[in-house]
Design a protein around this ligand. Structure first.
Ligand SMILES: NC(=O)c1ccc[n+]([C@@H]2O[C@H](COP(=O)([O-])OP(=O)(O)OC[C@H]3O[C@@H](n4cnc5c(N)ncnc54)[C@H](O)[C@@H]3O)[C@@H](O)[C@H]2O)c1
Length: 333
């Protein structure tokens, strides 16, 4: 069985470890700076080796890949050290804290012939894969616009704005679904609770095809909303990730503009047809994502959410943050 290292056992690390262990995907050595986290691992998985030093993982010649599940500010230095030691790297979203860091990781992975994958988990989720299928079949027609909302009460991050924490999810979903990246971005936000750390942001993006997208992000909302609406020329779609059933609803709704027969005649016809909720597969996206990474290593293939895909998300995150700092200035990408 392939041996891997996992660095970071805070909020998200336990989900990664559980999936690696339950899926019997690999043999894992775990690392965290916090001794209490290591005790938790030992209590739950007595057979798993642990260490407080990431160097032990980088210097173990048997370890083929490293999972980096630490705060964003540490992604670059840890991923860089792992790649320099020739390890394949799975790094959590966002791949790094700046475009220059992300570009350097992509180049280093290429130079050292290492696989670099970023944890864009939603690109492996059944509803997002179903929406991609619906778009590719042309069921929505030409997409006019999208809007997405990702808000909840918490978890406030200590070192990054809500954009760097939550937007990687929406950006990776949107770029994957639309198969294009924005040409410009504008964002406004506010640091309501802790000065210097914006906890609410509204982001607008324009795409080369003409599609416009609005994204609302917040750690300061009365209820959890995970909603994406896509409006096309033929149909409209709503994806509500908080639902346990009927996560996707496809509306055969639209407005047709009829060519006027006489001068001065202006007719719109509104269509409200069936509302269908497509059947979705039921698997855990994270398990699928981790299996994909391991399979790519075994088969020597490039992962779907590779370093380039991590970099394109970081480019837009950086531009959105820049716009927010300049009160919504339009930033070309
Ligand atoms: N894909 C997803 O859906 C998803 C969900 C949540 C979080 N995440 C990502 O996972 C990453 C971790 O987030 P979190 O909420 O678990 O953070 P966290 O702060 O809860 O945990 C981070 C852990 O890393 C440890 N750590 C920090 N620096 C270290 C180092 N140099 N060596 C060893 N251990 C170190 C800390 O002690 C801590 O236990 C972030 O990048 C976050 O964006 C992804």
């Amino acid at each position: 069985m392939m041996k891997v290292g996992l660095i970071g056992y805070g909020y998200w690390g336990p989900n990664i470890l559980r999936n690696l262990v339950e899926g019997q995907l690999v043999e894992v050595v775990c690392c965290d700076l916090d001794e209490k986290k290591l005790q938790k691992i030992q209590a739950r998985y007595p057979a798993i080796k642990t260490t407080g030093k990431a160097e032990d993982i980088f210097n173990d010649p048997e370890i083929k890949a490293v999972f980096i599940v630490t705060p964003i500010s540490t992604h670059f230095s840890l991923a860089k050290k792992a790649l320099e030691k020739g390890k394949n790297v799975f790094v959590e979203k966002p791949m790094a804290a700046s475009v220059s860091e992300a570009s350097e990781l992509v180049k280093l992975a290429e130079k050292n012939k290492c696989t670099l994958m970023v944890g864009h988990t939603f690109e492996f989720s059944p509803p997002v894969l179903k929406i991609k299928e619906i778009i590719n079949k042309g069921e929505l027609g030409d997409i006019y616009f999208m809007s997405s909302t990702r808000v909840n009460l918490g978890l406030h991050q200590k070192d990054v704005s809500v954009i760097w924490d939550l937007a990687p999810h929406d950006f990776s979903i949107i770029f994957f679904l639309l198969d294009e990246v924005p040409t410009s971005v504008q964002a406004i936000g506010r640091d309501c609770v802790k000065k210097g750390i914006p906890d609410v942001a509204f982001i607008d993006m324009k795409f080369p095809s003409g599609i416009i997208v609005h994204t609302e992000l917040s750690w300061l909302a009365p209820s959890k909303i995970r909603n994406t609406t896509i409006v096309g020329s033929k149909k409209m779609l709503v994806y509500d990730d908080t639902q346990t059933v009927e996560k996707i609803k496809l509306f055969d709704h639209g407005v047709d503009f009829k060519d006027p027969e006489t001068f001065g005649e202006y007719q719109l016809s509104y269509r409200t047809g069936d509302i269908i909720s497509p059947k979705l597969k039921t698997f855990e996206p994270l398990r699928e994502e981790l299996r994909h990474f391991i399979d790519c290593l075994k088969l020597n293939q490039a992962p779907r959410t590779d370093g380039e895909s991590g970099l394109r998300v970081v480019k837009v995150l950086e531009a959105a943050e820049q716009s927010m700092k300049q009160q919504g200035k339009l930033i070309s990408i």
